[in-house]
Each structure stands twice: as C-alpha cells, then as structure tokens.
Ligand binder design. Structure first.
Ligand code: C2E
Ligand code: CA
Ligand code: CA
Length: 558
C-alpha cells in the first residue's frame, strides 16, 4: 500500500512510521512536513491513503483536503486525518470536508492503524460507487427517456442559468419553442408506436442542425424547446428557425411509413421580450400559438401586441367555459327565401351570446371555441336547440321545409356528430331530411377520410349538406365532386360587388349555370337591396337570404 504521511512534527511522524512497520502489511511510505509539498506530491504521484495531520504550519489539514478535492476531480486516494484533539466538532469538520476517517494520535497502535487504513480505503470505494450512481440517476432524471434530449427539468434549470449569466450588452438568450403540426392526427392514424418513433426522428434530425444550441429539450408530448446564447442579431435567429422549418420538408421514414409533418415555432428573447424564465416561456408559447393560428409550418417572434391578442382569446375562452355550463346562449333565425315562389322555405340558425363581456361576435368566439375544443359541447348545444327551435318555428310557419345548422370543421371529424344529430332528431321527432348542415370549404381542405366519412354518413341519414361562404376561399370544383354537397351558399362578398361590377355579375351567373348542371342548388347570402335581388333573379339563383328580407331574430320575434 502506498502511503503519504503529512505531519510537520518529526517525532509524531516517527511514531506513525514505527506503528506501520510493526504491522503485518507492507507499506511504501513517503513523508513530508509541508502542506504545499503534500499537494504537489498528490498531483504527481499515486497514493492509496494520505495520513494527514490536522495541525500544519501553512494551512490546516481540512483546508488541504478541500484544496486537494477541488483541484483533482478524479482521485482514488483515501484520506485519514490524525490529530491530538478529539473534539467532536473537529472530527465532523474533517469528515464533512471529505476525509474517510479520523485517528487520535494517542490511539495510534500498529493494529489500530492498519484497521483504519483498510477501513478508509473500503469506505472510499463505497463512497465513490454511491457518488457514481447518484450521478447516473441525476443524469437519467434530467434526460427525456424517449428521445435522449434534455427533459423539462434540465431545460428549466438551463434557461434560468442562461438568463442569469446573460450580461452581455448586445447578446440575447433566445428561446425557441416548437411543436409538430397535427401530431394528434398522426398518433390517431398510425398509432402511438409510430408517433413515438416520429418524435425520436424529429429529435435526431433537428439535433444535427442546432449543434450550437445551449440546450435542446423535449418538454413533453410533441413540444420541443431550444435555448441559444450565442446570437447577437435577429437575422441569425431567423436563419436558424428557417433551417428547422426546412428540415421538415423531407418526409420522415418511420417504421416503413413515410410521414409528412411540419412544425410551428415561437421565439422569445431575453432581455428584449421577457425578464425572467417564466416570462420568456410564456411569450415563446404565445408566439407559437400565433404561428399555429396563421396557418402553421412557420415561425413567429414574440411581439407585444400578441400578448393583447392572446389575452383577449384567453378571456373569451374563460368566459365561454362558464357560459357553456350556464347555457348562456340563444339561437337567432334568419329566413331563407325561395326566389321564384317569394316564400320563406327555411331558416338558418345563428348563435348569439347576449351577456358576453369580452366579445359577442359569433365568428370570433366560435373560432376561440374551436381552438380550445369547447366547440364540442357548444356544438352539441347548438344542434339540440336548433332542432328544438325548428319544431316551434314549424308550428308558426307550417310551410317551412328545413332548418340549417352551421357546423365547424372540428365537429366534422368525428362520427359523434352524426350520433348527436340522429339523437336530437329522434328526441324532437324531426326527420333528418328537414336539416341542412352548413359546412365551410376550409373544413374540406385537409381532405381527410374522417371528414369524408362523416359527411357521407350525414348524407345517408338524410341530411342535406350546404357549402357555406363559397367564392371567398378556394371554390374548388373537386370539393363539389368528391363530397355529397347539395347546396352552395354564395358569399356576401360576391353579392356586395355585383351592383357595381360586371365581373361579379358574370361570376354569379356563371357559377349558377355550372352548379345547376351538376344538380346543386344555389343560395345567395347577404342580399341587402332590391337591385341585388334582381341580379340574383336574372342569374338563376334558387334561394336568397339577407337583411333585405329579415335580419336574424330570436324565435319570439319571427
Ligand atoms: P355565416 O354562416 O356565413 O353566417 C352568415 C352571417 O351573415 C351571419 O352573421 C348573418 O347574421 C350575417 N348576415 C346575413 N345576412 C346579412 C346581410 O344582409 N348583411 C350583412 N351585413 N350580414 C348578413 P353572424 O350571425 O354574425 O355569424 C357570423 C359567422 O359566425 C357565421 O357566418 C358562421 O361562420 C359563424 N356562426 C354563427 N353561428 C354559428 C353556429 O351556430 N355554429 C357555428 N359553427 N358557427 C356559427
Ligand atoms: Ca352559414
Ligand atoms: Ca356564409
């Protein structure tokens, strides 16, 4: 056993050496009387155990231990302190500093010394093992098991520490938060296994282009985060976000499947946007939310007005939640007139929220309901009340043929919709053929099987399907051919321009001729003047709707 004996007292050293030599084991002993030399030797040579006197001239033994541990991280040397004082405080101080054992000078005997040396070595080994497993557990606890990226805990720590040390004049701590667009659909259609593998592939692919990031973490689900501390200019930030977006252009090959997926990125900067980690995360989230709302597959830097917009939406959402519970809504009905018969043949049901504080405009709060998924309970309420309302309207106007209900794209993805309509029809004894479901073209854009199935099921149930707001978006002929569409509603914007512009008139009559030829009925929306009505008549429009006839009204005013 290789031993370094550190003591400034020659007599004491001699006593220790004598005891060692009388023992059964062989010891290779090196002596020194100074802390300085001891440190130097420890750096250059290997010793199994250091026998270290507490009382040394330049520094005491504890200081030496601390210095030694700080300077050399990888060491296999056990330390035994020796002292002539047996104060408990002193013993604890030595052990806390990292010594493995403590020996009183007066107790030193050959047997005691050799036992202490063996115990100290053994204790050192155990402590090292404990430390190593602690280190492994810590590492595991800070890594995301699925992707091997940092987890939320490590991310939070790193963000805080990056912000703390961001003192540079023109430097930013840049936080990117991104998540995959429509990941839920991928999970639903391919299964969670493939979903998990996709997350792994995304982590791998993005890792290769963000090598200079401080941390790349998976925060949970399909949400990832990146922290950069080396950007001084916004251009660099936009370049890296573009690189990330571009990396999603190539499909991911996952378990033999080619999966196309994009991501939406939100970016916030310290100190420009937020002062602390919490603020920065919130603002990057808001920016990501904005990226999603503006069509996804894009990146947004946080701007102050986003917060205003975000809070408005948030307030609407909070109010909506309560309103759904309290059923604070009512339906208004607007007549749809047969242009030839001059007769009201149906009513469109339109939601109203009279006591809303933040926003009463249906298109705005419906879009918040869609984003927050509150559209499902709200949509159910609308269906139930529209069908119930139809029974009352028909008592007043026996010639009424149908009621129309606006249905959101989200509702169209689930067969629950068909069930809800069938149940409500039964409950109020209304034939499904008395219902027209109004859907917008954007609902058909994703071209997914679920929507197609739901529309076909509604068709089979006997409901008619009307394509709303035609002429504003894509106005795609393929939608008319691929889905069971019975009616098209020409958007108010086409009607608005028709008095002034020949082009608008030409489009209206052209569309009517085309739609007629494939057996689709045409409703013109937003008729406000006699002149607009005349144009519709000349264009072969079948039905008209608008303030010219009546504004939407509650049941009791019809
Ligand atoms: P939309 O389905 O295109 O409804 C027609 C909108 O035009 C209604 O606005 C109606 O009040 C308005 N309008 C009708 N005739 C005229 C007119 O001559 N001049 C003018 N200026 N406007 C006219 P509203 O009720 O504010 O609804 C706006 C949008 O909100 C609706 O557009 C629809 O997308 C959505 N929405 C309303 N109710 C519901 C609902 O129950 N469910 C769903 N999912 N969406 C709804
Ligand atoms: Ca409508
Ligand atoms: Ca419309």
């Amino acid at each position: 056993m290789n031993i370094l004996l550190v003591d400034d007292d020659v007599v004491d050293r001699a006593t220790v050496k004598r005891s060692l030599n009388k023992g059964h084991s062989y010891y290779q002993i090196t002596e020194t009387d100074s802390a300085e030399e001891a440190l130097h030797r420890l750096k250059c040579h290997y010793y199994d155990v250091v026998l270290l006197d507490y009382q040394l001239p330049q520094m005491n033994g504890v200081e030496l231990v601390v210095k030694f541990k700080n300077e050399s991280t990888k060491t296999n040397t056990a330390i035994v302190m020796i002292s002539s004082s047996n104060s408990e405080e002193l013993i604890l101080e030595c052990l806390n500093a990292g010594a493995q054992d403590f020996l009183l000078k007066e107790d030193i005997s050959p047997g005691q010394l050799s036992r202490t040396l063996i115990q100290a070595q053994r204790r050192f080994e155990l402590e090292s093992k404990l430390y190593e497993s602690y280190r492994q557990v810590k590492e595991m606890a800070e890594l995301d098991t699925l992707t091997g990226l940092a987890n939320r805990y490590r991310f939070d720590e790193s963000l805080r520490s990056a912000i703390r040390s961001n003192q540079r004049e023109n430097g930013y701590v840049t936080l990117f938060i991104f998540d995959l667009d429509h990941f839920k659909n991928i999970n639903d259609s391919f299964g969670h296994d493939i979903g998990d593998k996709l997350l792994q592939s995304v982590a791998e692919r993005v890792s290769t282009i963000v090598r200079d990031s401080e941390v790349f973490a998976r925060l949970g689900g399909d949400e990832f985060a990146l922290i950069f501390t080396n950007f001084g200019h916004i251009n660099q930030i936009m370049q890296i976000s573009q690189r990330i977006l571009d990396s999603f252009k190539r499909p991911f090959n996952v378990g033999g499947q080619e999966i196309h997926c994009n991501c939406s990125i939100g970016i916030a900067l310290h100190p420009l946007n937020g002062q602390d980690a919490e603020e920065l995360k919130k603002f990057a989230d808001i920016a990501m939310y904005r990226a999603k709302n503006s069509g996804r597959n894009t990146a947004y830097l946080f701007e102050d007005n986003m917060q205003v917009e975000f809070y408005r939406k948030y307030q609407i959402e909070v109010e909506l939640r309560k309103a759904i519970e309290n059923q604070d809504f009512c339906l208004y009905f607007q007549p749809i007139v047969d242009i030839e018969e001059h007769q009201v043949v149906g009513f469109e049901s339109l939601i109203r929220w009279p006591c809303a504080v933040t926003c009463q405009r249906p298109d705005e709060f419906i879009s918040v309901a869609e984003d927050s998924r509150l559209i499902f309970p709200l949509g159910q309420w609308i269906i139930d009340n529209a069908i119930k309302g139809f029974v009352d309207i028909r008592q007043k106007f026996p010639k009424i043929r149908y009621i129309t209900i606006n249905i959101s794209a989200y509702q169209l993805k689930s067969a629950d919709l068909v069930e809800q309509i069938a149940v409500a029809c039964k409950k109020y004894e209304v034939a499904p053929s008395d219902l027209v479901v109004e859907v917008t073209e954007t609902a058909l854009l994703s071209n997914d099987e679920d929507t197609k199935n739901v529309l076909n099921m509604l068709d089979m149930l006997g409901c008619s399907i009307a394509l709303d707001d035609f002429g504003t978006g894509y106005s795609s002929i393929s939608h008319l051919l691929n889905y069971p569409i019975h009616t098209v509603k020409l958007d108010k914007s086409l009607i608005d321009g028709c008095e002034k512009f020949q082009k608008h008139r030409a489009i209206i009559s052209g569309l009517c001729a085309m739609l007629k030829s494939i057996d689709i009925k045409v409703v013109a929306e937003g008729i406000e003047t006699q002149a607009q009505l005349d144009i519709c008549m000349n264009s072969d429009v079948d039905f008209v709707q608008g303030y010219y006839f009546a504004k939407p009204e509650p049941l009791e005013f019809l």
